[in-house]
Unconditional design. Sequence first.
Length: 94
Amino acid sequence: MGAGELFKIAAVAAAKGDQAAAERAYEALIGSPSQEVRLEARFRLAMLEGDRGNLTKAVSLLRVILDHRPDSERVRVELAFLSGRMGITTERLR
């Protein structure tokens, strides 16, 4: 099964409320040899974890992405949003 198929399975599972199945698919994708696939899977898993209220895990996943893509504005925005939900100010993020 290819990465595209696994992303689709994860998206359908999440849309149906089966977050555990979506998480398993994203975790499998994080093991991909492709860095782009791994980063996308981490981002989507971070969004899922944020929706589930697992803010620390979501922030941790986003920080890994920023290690590889420090100029990613979308990741920075999501990190700031989640950090705000955790009560972390932008000064503490620097």
